[in-house]
Design a protein around this ligand. Structure first.
Ligand code: OGA
Ligand code: MN
Length: 297
């Protein structure tokens, strides 16, 4: 049986049916990959995946990122290193404390962001699997940075050509008021350069590559850089570029971090349990390196 593709938009989001990600034939994997390069957000409803099966599917796209952001004693207590814990649970499996470091840190997921663009070698794709969902809110929104790039004026495209932004997890966390990185965490993740506009190899499409992790742009003053970032962000998250995913239990949603932005929407996290795990696949190289642009010092 071949997979069924239900396009939600012509080239951004599709649901995939008639497929079991736990036992994917080579032919179906090929079809899934082709769909992924075309759409960049895929939704697979009703998947029954063990953590191992989840990881095995993710690995079809490249190596899993095993390094977590927070120091080990603070991070992902319930899951193995292959996963980011996208839940509001503490290591005992109970709803987290209101003032916990985990909760403050994860506020950053409500900002428009990409996963791991703050790493020198950024994230390629993320695969998020839901096991518990909440009745109100707790959606995940996605914005299409390729369509947003296409809609820029020629003058803006020219201005952005070759610009390099500096991304850091500290920059995005400062935007939420989370200031308490430990020294070891901050040192492990210094600001890294990424191109503001990149070309996605599989589709040949150009894309903006912005995220709330941006804190500086090479060759620009701080105020000018922040104003440009805010201008681009407002452009990318216009209604026509945004899709909202309303979760069902056992959805596996995967997105291309190279050309989408995403964020989680609010929910009553001190009342309802939301439990998801995310595997993140690393990109092949830094965005400057991929484009043959000299990496700034
Ligand atoms: C993520 C993320 C948002 C959400 O898993 O990377 O940002 O809706 N999630 O939980
Ligand atoms: Mn994320």
């Amino acid at each position: 049986m071949t997979i069924a593709i239900n396009a939600i938009t012509p080239d951004f989001v599709a649901e995939i049916y008639d497929v079991d990600l736990a036992q994917l034939s080579a032919e179906d994997l090929h079809a899934v990959k082709q769909a992924f390069w075309k759409y960049s957000v895929l939704i697979f409803p009703e998947q029954k995946l063990t953590p191992q099966q989840h990881v095995a599917f993710a690995q079809q796209f490249g190596p899993i990122e095993m390094d977590r952001v927070l120091a080990a004693e603070n991070a992902d207590p319930r899951l193995g290193h292959e996963f980011a814990d996208i839940s509001n649970l503490n290591r005992e499996g109970k709803i987290w404390d209101k003032a916990s470091r985990q909760r403050l840190y994860k506020e950053g997921n409500k900002l428009w962001h990409t996963d791991s663009s703050f790493k020198y070698k950024p994230g390629l794709c993320s695969l998020l699997y839901s096991t518990k969902i909440v009745p109100i809110g707790g959606h995940t929104e996605f914005a299409d940075q390729r369509a947003a790039y296409d809609a820029l004026s020629p003058a803006m495209k020219q201005k952005l050509d070759g610009l390099i932004a500096m991304h850091a997890i500290e920059y995005s966390r400062k935007r939420t008021g989370f200031m308490e990185f430990e020294q070891s965490e901050a040192q492990r993740l210094p600001p890294v350069p990424q191109l503001l506009v990149r070309t996605i190899p599989e589709s040949g499409r150009k894309s903006l590559d912005i995220a709330s992790h941006i804190g500086a742009i090479k060759g620009m003053g701080a105020a000018e850089a922040e104003a440009l970032f805010q201008q681009l962000l407002a452009h990318v998250i216009q209604r026509q570029f945004v899709f909202t995913h309303r979760w069902r239990v056992n959805d596996l949603v995967m997105w291309d971090n190279r050309c989408t932005l995403h964020r989680g929407t609010d929910f009553d996290d001190m009342r309802f349990v939301r439990d998801m795990r995310r595997a993140t696949v690393g990109d092949v190289a830094n965005t400057c390196e991929q484009a043959g642009v000299a990496v700034p010092a």
